[in-house]
Design a protein around this ligand. Structure first.
Ligand code: NAD
Ligand code: GLY
Length: 350
């Protein structure tokens, strides 16, 4: 088993091994004694893995209640948060009890926020079942629900007590959802991991890849848990991705939008001579290899407009993440009036 220790405001381990779902109860017993727990999942994930995890928790002595939500982003809602709080109260969950999130980033973010706020904070364990959730959302303590005004607008930084990644669970993902996670994996390579890019160019072992990404996220979160500095590097491609998702009415998936966002910001950097052409070529090849898109139908004007509404904007500045060489990116504070002129070159195909 691979183990990554995270030393943030709370210390915890990310354990990565095929078959961990079956051992969930025993694994959790190493950080928490048997208690009442509420297992939160979505209907799709629960129909495949629910019985295995419930059985394992019960065998380890946990008293298990389950709370299910429909699959999809629309479930990361204030309505489901309130329903979950009420359910926790119905189950007489106390401060010494536990929440367990079994699913992708939607389940993890909602459960984490409920754990952060119910009784002013109870323990929770993340059992991510998508690649995106294994390499990104389950680690680092960002929890949230969406508001009508936008994604993740209400949330808290609240670290889990344990993260259990079972890569064998990725076998039941659709190719599209797997590819979404690969966009985030490729992102880590271009932020600061040239060796990850080399692995991805060959045939890489998925457990190794997850471990490298989690180590990377751990390093970043330990330096900047509250997202005021280097953690913003994790937003590579995301400012433009946000606009693509918004203008498509969320029909373009997050991973696909991040892939295109990374291409556009890298192209703009190449045109501004901040980054070599070779880096863009390597990025394009990798995205194609992992079945991710590299182009958008939306205009620079549309994406700039959305970027300026992004919650990451601070006053009249926005912090861009700019690739400067293969496997290295830097933060660049940019005045909002300079943004269109910088980005428009990414639409110039000469
Ligand atoms: P998701 O949770 O919606 O899962 C995608 C789909 O995959 C769902 O339909 C789900 O039912 C299905 N699924 C999950 N695991 C499966 C499995 N093993 N087999 C078959 N089907 C499975 O989406 P996601 O991509 O995991 O997460 C996206 C969410 O994560 C967004 O809300 C995003 O804002 C959030 N996020 C949070 C962070 C963070 O740091 N907290 C980081 C990145 C993304
Ligand atoms: N996924 C971005 C972050 O955790 O900061």
């Amino acid at each position: 088993m691979k183990t990554v220790r995270v030393n943030a405001s709370k210390q915890y381990e990310v354990r990565i091994k095929d078959g961990l779902l079956k051992e969930a109860g025993q694994q959790i017993l190493t950080v928490k004694k048997a208690c009442s727990c509420v297992l939160v999942s979505d209907e799709t994930v629960f129909s495949i893995y629910g019985e295995t995890v419930v059985q394992s928790l019960q065998n380890a002595g946990f008293c298990v209640h389950t709370f299910l939500i429909p699959p999809g982003e629309s479930s990361k809602s204030t309505a489901n948060l309130v329903n979950l709080w009420e359910y926790l109260a119905d189950c007489n969950i106390t401060r010494s009890d536990l929440l367990v999130a079994l699913g992708g980033g939607v389940v993890g973010d909602l459960t984490g926020f409920a754990a952060a706020t119910f009784l002013r904070g109870i323990d929770f364990v993340q059992i991510p079942t998508t690649l995106l959730a294994m390499v990104d959302s389950s680690v680092g303590g960002k929890t949230a629900v969406d508001l009508q005004h936008g994604k993740n607008l209400a949330g808290a930084f609240y670290q889990p007590s344990l993260v259990l990644c079972d890569p064998s669970a990725l076998g039941t993902l659709t190719p599209e959802i797997f590819a979404d996670g690969m966009a985030e994996v490729i992102k880590y390579g271009f932020i600061n991991r040239p060796e990850l890019i080399e692995k991805l160019e060959k045939q890489a072992d998925i457990t190794d890849i997850i471990t490298l990404c989690v180590e990377d996220k751990r390093d970043i979160v330990e330096q900047d848990e509250r997202d005021n500095g280097c953690r913003q590097l994790l937003n590579l491609g995301h400012t433009l991705a946000h606009g693509i998702e918004l203008h498509s009415g969320y029909t373009v998936s997050h991973g696909s939008a991040v892939a295109v966002g990374m291409v556009l910001i890298t192209k703009a950097a190449v045109k501004a001579t901040l980054c070599p052409q070779e880096t863009l070529d390597i990025l394009l090849n990798l995205l194609q290899k992992y079945n991710l898109p590299t182009k958008t139908q939306f205009t620079c004007e549309q994406l700039c407009e959305a970027a300026l509404e992004d919650k990451k904007r601070k006053g009249s500045f926005i912090t861009l993440v700019i690739p400067t060489q293969t496997g290295r990116s830097e933060l660049k504070k940019t005045a909002i009036e300079d943004l269109p002129a910088f980005l428009i070159k990414a639409w110039d195909n000469t």
